[in-house]
Design a protein around this ligand. Sequence first.
Ligand SMILES: Cc1ncc(COP(=O)(O)O)c(C=O)c1O
Length: 397
Amino acid sequence: MFERLERMPDDPILGLMAAYRADPDARKVDLGVGVYRNDKGETPVLDAVRKAEAAVLARQTSKTYVAPVGNAGFNQSMEKLVFGEGHPAVQAGRVRTIQAPGGCGALRVGAELVHLAYPDATVHVSTPTWANHVPLLTGSGIKLERYAYYDAATGGVNFGAMMEGLEKLPKGAVVLLHGCCHNPTGADLSESQWRDVLALVQRRGLVPFIDMAYQGLGTGIAEDAFGARLFAAGLPEVLVAVSCSKNFGLYRERTGALSVISQTPASAEAILTQLVRIARTMYSMPPDHGAAIVQEILTNDTLRGLWVDEVGTMRNRIAGLRTEAVAQLARAAPQRDFSFIARQRGMFSYLGVTRDQVRELREKHHIYMTDDSRINIAGLKSDNIAYFADAVAQVVT
Ligand SMILES: Cc1ncc(COP(=O)(O)O)c(C=O)c1O
């Protein structure tokens, strides 16, 4: 049976990570993989997580199964975190949330739900989008198309082209939107643009699927959820996939949630039974540990305060690096405008250099990024940011 299977091509990010590890040069800089790093280049366990984890372990008396829907307390806490206290859709009983194995699991469960409800559905993703959206969403059987989004000339959103594309979509088309900190471009919608997209989605009868993997790492915890909150209040049906990997630093614990907003409490209840069925057919139940930690943090005022501070530290570090990168690049390569980097949000930006220049940065300067020139801003450090800017200046001139 397995003789028929061919070898898969190597994953470009994993290849990049391996090349970085094998590079003996002391100046090497890893801007490839999408994890937060502090100024020492580490991705530490948050203090709030360590404390919550100790409390969870001290209290835990059993490892018996939880449930396909996951930890009910976690699901409720996530609804409050994402939609805010007293959100009208939650109050009206129109929201149901299922814990999922990371944001990826949430995206896949949501895609399965769409496929179940409407097997001919097409999901429309931004150009560009996070590469994993393609296999995660199409793996369910739904089709995928793209709408215009990033404007390389300004480093912002080509909002006119985006709206023009969305305007042409048929009723019932699913539109994937990044809740905040767009991956890979860092170009987010402004509040007024979110409002304009909402009006279009209402008028055209589209179904938004919001992917929020970076809440708190852009502008603020509530601010980053602006679009998700606005859409959940203003539309009959919305899906929101959330990840706790980055903002809680729980990457390997596979912690996330999918919230589905529907028209009535009765349809919400029916949807929950379908979500449970989907979970059972794929992985039965999500892993407990990360969700138990998040629930502990979000329901304990002291831990929550600590976590809010720690998310603030990560956010401020990224924003500071963006400002500093622009200043250093302006010094080293004054002929080229990199100021867009400071206008973007979250961990990623496109540096906007060619594939050959990316290769030159890697081979001559030991600076690693994906071929499309996506850089993880959090991979920069105060002691290598000038080196990075000098290297970029050398390859672009
Ligand atoms: C845009 C986006 N969505 C979702 C995820 C899901 O992450 P995870 O499955 O690790 O929670 C990521 C992680 O990199 C992401 O960048």
